[in-house]
Design a protein. Structure first.
Length: 371
């Protein structure tokens, strides 16, 4: 058995030897042999052998499916549970499938064919599990764009802030909703909006009081409704709304609701940032200066109106800055560009909240991107 089958391989081999006389589990023929074995066991199998049959039969189905849908189906295991991962977001329990067929009154072969077609739908993103999971991820990019799915198993998704989401009820409630349908989007959107830390409905003034700027780089996902405007080179300017223990990106629809000119929006956000910057320390590392408080706002301090006035006497006119990630603002004289560039590139490569490895020149009226 191929290593690609994972734990399904050895169990399927034992099943083939015991219940199929060593016959092959490959292709359509293997599927037919499995169906025939299910029918035989349903008719005269010994009760004490049922657990072994279900374990081996499920593994055999897993092997057949993985081979048939090469590259689109794989074995996954969590906490001793073995499942089929199908396509980008689908999952199936092959042992439960065999149990259903064994308990059914009809012949196993046509029912098994229907089950395999259902697995193919999961691969295509149209099965119950995959369509709900994909709809939830799509809504997540709008409702909570700072989060992403980092792991999944069956009906459970793990988000980048370690939140675990159980989609079981949404899957059960989705019924026959088609992938991409408005009804499915509403179900997924409601689930995403209920995540811990989601923004409550706020009056415009309260929202503005929580607003701070956020620098975004080219790796930040686009097309997700987040408000962002060009700033300098590959840098873009966005905004976050800070809540207890969490920040939420401002969306285009939020900006429209605030009904403020861009310059006024920036001014209000910078005022809030300035108040949050009192007492922030600057650390010397050789010829470089580091502004780093760990409050998630350090890179955005590049935009503070008093930056030039504060650092030009020490670093000279047109000094340089690097914002490799959210929690660092590096500053240096223009003659120390090699040292600053090396530091920015190193930090960028290792940071979780990356912005840019490129440098900018800080001038009195603007930021200028360097090649």
């Amino acid at each position: 058995m191929s290593a690609a089958f994972g734990a399904f391989g050895p169990a399927a081999g034992r099943f083939a030897e015991r219940f199929l006389g060593g016959a092959s589990l490959r292709g359509v023929e293997g599927l037919g042999r499995l169906a025939a074995a299910i029918d035989r066991f349903a008719e005269d199998g010994a009760p004490e052998d049922e657990d072994a049959f279900l374990e081996g039969g499920g593994a055999a189905l897993g092997v057949i499916v993985i081979e048939h849908f090469a590259g689109r189906a794989r074995h996954v295991e969590r906490r001793g549970l073995h499942r089929l991962a199908l396509g980008r977001a689908g999952f199936a329990d092959p042992f439960a499938i065999v149990a259903r067929l064994l308990a059914g009154e009809a012949r196993a072969r046509p029912a098994l064919v229907r089950e395999v077609l259902a697995l193919e739908a999961e691969i295509a993103g149209e099965g119950p599990v995959s369509r709900v999971a994909l709809a939830f991820e799509a809504e997540l990019t709008t409702v909570r764009p700072e989060l992403r799915v980092v792991d999944r198993f069956e009906h459970t998704l793990v988000l980048s802030d370690e939140t675990e989401i159980d989609l079981s009820q949404a899957i059960a409630a989705s019924g026959e909703h088609e992938a991409g349908s408005p009804a499915l989007r509403r179900t997924a959107g409601k689930l995403a909006s209920m995540l811990p830390g989601s923004s409550p409905a706020l009056a415009p003034e309260e929202r503005l009081a929580r607003l701070v700027p956020r620098l975004l780089g080219p790796s930040f996902p686009g097309g997700n409704g987040v408000h962002a405007v060009p700033l300098a080179g590959e840098l873009r300017l966005g905004f976050t709304e800070r809540h207890e223990g969490r920040a939420r990106f401002l969306l285009e629809r939020d900006v429209e609701g605030l009904a403020l000119a861009h310059d006024e929006l920036v001014r209000r956000a910078l005022d809030n940032l300035a108040r949050a910057s009192l007492g922030v320390r600057v650390v010397e590392e050789g010829p470089l200066l580091l502004v780093r408080s760990g409050d998630g706002l350090d890179s955005a301090r590049l935009l503070l109106p008093g930056l030039v006035e504060t650092f030009a006497p020490r670093l000279g006119e047109g000094f340089l800055a690097g914002v490799p990630h959210r929690d660092a603002l590096w500053l240096a004289r223009s003659g120390d560009a090699p040292s600053l560039r090396a530091r920015a590139e190193d930090d960028f490569a290792r940071a979780p909240h990356r912005i840019s490895a490129r440098l900018v020149r800080v001038e009195a009226e603007q930021l200028v991107a360097l090649d």
